[in-house]
Write a protein of this length. Structure first.
Length: 147
């Protein structure tokens, strides 16, 4: 059985995704030169990238499958939606105007500034760690605070 290259891919995720797409359609696929690219990615262009190969009689069908754009079907998949967080809405009034506590954000920003002396920096780092541990949220509409 003769194999023909259908695509030249330059990253492993692209190559594995293309191979899995073809195998899901019951087209046997083979990746050539994937290990050369793994060992030294600078050689990827020199060897022509990772070659996605299929049997000669499956080339037309494989090219058609790899060429179609199925990105609009993602909205129909319920798993593609992010589940709601308990911090998206105020537990008291249900408003979406939720803010993180001001002092926690300021302490985290101040702890990241370079150039602090050896005496001041540990204090800000400690305050930033406490701010993360006791992250408080405030509703912008009713003023309700919660953790």
């Amino acid at each position: 059985m003769a194999f023909v290259t259908v695509r030249h891919l330059y990253s492993h995720p692209q190559a594995y995704l293309a191979k899995a797409t073809l195998e899901a359609e019951e087209i046997p696929a083979y990746l050539a030169d994937e290990h050369i690219v793994s060992v030294n990615w600078l050689w990827a262009r020199a060897v022509g990238g990772i070659k996605l190969m299929v049997a000669a009689e499956s080339v037309a069908r494989a090219s058609e499958i790899l060429g179609r754009d199925d990105s609009n079907t993602l909205e129909a998949i319920p798993e593609s939606e992010e589940p709601p967080s308990r911090y998206d809405r105020c537990p008291s009034c249900g408003s979406t105007a939720v803010l993180a506590a001001r002092w926690g954000r300021n302490a985290r920003v101040l702890s990241m500034w370079p150039g602090w002396s050896a005496f001041v920096l540990p204090v800000f780092v400690l305050v930033a760690l406490l701010a993360v541990a006791v992250a408080r949220y405030r509703c912008g509409e009713c003023g309700h605070d919660w953790c």
